[in-house]
Ligand binder design. Structure first.
Ligand code: GAR
Length: 187
């Protein structure tokens, strides 16, 4: 199969990146990771790019015009899908317009509930019965684009922030690759 070129944006640990790299080894997985972009020079996830010989770029978001630079590089590398994987930076409306329907994100809650930050804390405080993760398209509003895939689990009485995070991220490892497969199956 002809795989599409993807770019993964990260800011931190990179466990979703690690998992997606593993999935790309499957002949039938629809994407290849052509590039990794991090806005944090200390992101642990950069190591996964390094050890798998995937080109990576560290960008300084304080520099004017940094998004134009990313756009240029992404076009040059013929990237057709951008996967945000723990990328903790808001993407500008201009960038989203340029790349409409080609940027997807993983969020640690069952959207449309608990958009934004601090999701685990808010879920626990509100004594929710279930939570999970969502893979969705990016649009101009925060955590608002069309949902591609969701997975949930029931919250136990003795659950804490750490167990919620572990369980949610375990589901992310299933939900993200599934969402990418779904995207190309429907095209
Ligand atoms: C993931 O759990 C993801 O849902 C969350 O950051 C984590 C990154 O983990 N994303 C957001 O909160 C976006 N609003 P990773 O760096 O190990 O993939």
């Amino acid at each position: 199969m002809v795989k599409k070129n993807a770019c993964i944006f990260i800011s931190g640990k990179g466990s979703n990146l690690k998992n997606l790299i593993k999935k790309t080894r499957d002949y039938n997985f629809p994407i290849n990771i052509k590039l990794v972009i991090s806005n944090n020079k200390n992101a642990q996830g950069i190591n996964y790019a390094k050890i798998n010989s995937i080109p990576f770029l560290i960008i300084n978001t304080k520099k004017r015009g940094f998004e134009n630079l990313i756009l240029e590089i992404i076009k040059k590398n013929k990237i057709s899908l951008i996967c945000l994987a723990g990328y903790m930076k808001i993407i500008s409306k201009k960038f989203i317009r340029e790349f409409r329907k080609k940027i997807i994100n993983v969020h640690p809650s069952l959207l449309p509930n608990y958009k934004g930050l601090d999701t685990y804390n808010r879920v626990l405080k509100n004594k929710e019965k279930k939570t999970g993760c969502t893979i969705h398209f990016i649009n101009e509003k925060l955590d608002d684009g069309k949902i591609i895939n969701k997975k949930f689990f029931f919250i136990n009485k003795d659950e804490n922030l750490e167990t919620l995070k572990i369980k949610t991220q375990k589901l992310e490892r299933l939900a993200y690759p599934e969402a990418i497969i779904k995207l190309y199956r429907n095209r």
